[in-house]
Design a binder for this molecule. Structure first.
Ligand SMILES: Cc1cc2nc3c(=O)[nH]c(=O)nc-3n(C[C@H](O)[C@H](O)[C@H](O)COP(=O)(O)OP(=O)(O)OC[C@H]3O[C@@H](n4cnc5c(N)ncnc54)[C@H](O)[C@@H]3O)c2cc1C
Length: 321
């Protein structure tokens, strides 16, 4: 085992939430350590244009995340590309172990490990990701003004995404592997009555079809699960809406979570059930899932961490007197 390194605050995760927490905690002179994991920069590193980050009319996702990292580091945050393998949040100070066997203790922890969209795993889905295949209607819907798109899925996420896309697209076709939707009735009614929508039942996405130069989607092959028949559909965009999974495996049994696996925070705050442990960004938010909301929660978590550490310091100095 390596030596144990003590930190005032460890931020686990280096997406918009983690880097923003880093900026604020560094400016509060807390010398934060950000453990970035396998995906430094987070989910935005796998997308192309981002058009809804305030102050940037259009920026490539990876470029935005490089800027956020540089900003956090310039303020004094340290970033290490370590994947956390284990935490113990039941002891004080908290314990953190990385998969390269580095051992840390920390007085406060900000969990900003984000989430991952679930994908189908098709090779052509991978090829066109960010170039016509998306998992986020709020992020990418605007690029499909007056175009036809398909949405894969049939639960709340899919129907919400499909309805959101009707604001831009000329037609939204939902492709669902069953013969009925699995969403709230009110969403189903709204979707079914909408003049721009259509559903293809008992069907799955078999292949995304498109061009190489420029890389882009022109259609899809759909397979009927009952007959096995494969048909073609013309479309400019394929939205995969089969849900998201928060990156919280590591915290199971350590911190309170909802049934969905997202970390529970007290309403309107970033406080978990453990004093000194805060959660920010997509790891706790299954509703908005945006860079700017994640960053906002990162800010809240750093401010709360600073207050928590100040109280801790007061109680230690009172005890010493
Ligand atoms: C394809 C795509 C396009 C998108 N486009 C937009 C857009 O245009 N606009 C927008 O606002 N939002 C967009 N989003 C959503 C946005 O990316 C997320 O809401 C945002 O990234 C959430 O930030 P986060 O900091 O909470 O987590 P994430 O960005 O998910 O970052 C999580 C971080 O935690 C780290 N991590 C995970 N586990 C561990 C571990 N065990 N140890 C250490 N580190 C760990 C990861 O390495 C990563 O650095 C898009 C998402 C996707 C997938």
């Amino acid at each position: 085992m390596s030596d144990v390194q003590h930190e005032s605050v460890i931020i686990i995760g280096a997406g918009p939430a983690g880097y923003t927490a880093g900026v604020y905690a560094a400016r509060a002179m807390r010398k934060p350590l950000i453990l970035a994991g396998y995906q430094p920069g987070g989910q935005l590193t796998i997308t192309t244009e981002v058009e809804n980050w305030p102050g940037e009319k259009e920026i490539q996702g990876p470029d935005l995340m490089v800027k956020m990292r540089e900003h956090a580091e310039a303020m004094g945050a340290r970033v290490e590309e370590e994947q956390v393998a284990n935490v113990d949040l039941q002891t004080r100070p908290f314990k953190v172990v990385t998969d390269s066997d580095r051992h840390f203790t920390a007085d406060a922890i900000i969990i900003a490990t984000g989430a991952q969209a679930k994908w189908l795993g098709l090779p052509t889905e991978e090829r066109f990701k960010g170039f016509g295949v998306s998992a986020c209607a709020t992020c990418d819907g605007f690029f499909y003004r007056e175009k036809e798109v398909i949405v894969i899925g049939g639960g709340n996420t899919a129907v919400e995404e499909a309805l959101y896309l009707t604001n831009f697209a000329s037609k939204v076709t939902l492709v669902h592997r069953r013969d009925s939707l699995r969403c709230e009735k009110i969403l189903e009614d709204r979707f079914m009555k909408h003049p721009k929508t259509e559903v293809i039942w008992d069907t799955v996405l078999d292949e995304v079809v498109g061009t190489d130069m420029p890389l882009g989607v022109t259609g899809a092959k759909l397979k009927n699960v009952k007959t096995g028949e494969v048909s073609d559909i013309n479309t400019h965009g394929v939205f995969i809406a089969i849900g998201h999974a928060p990156s919280t495996e590591l915290f199971k049994g350590q911190v309170e979570m909802r049934d969905s696996g997202y970390i529970n925070t007290k309403p309107g705050t970033v406080s978990t059930n453990i004093p000194g442990v805060f959660a920010a960004g997509d790891v706790t938010d299954e509703h908005y899932r945006q860079a700017v909301t994640a960053a906002g929660m990162g800010c809240m978590a750093a401010l709360e961490t600073d207050r928590y550490l100040a109280t801790l310091e007061d109680s230690l100095s009172n005890a010493a007197e």
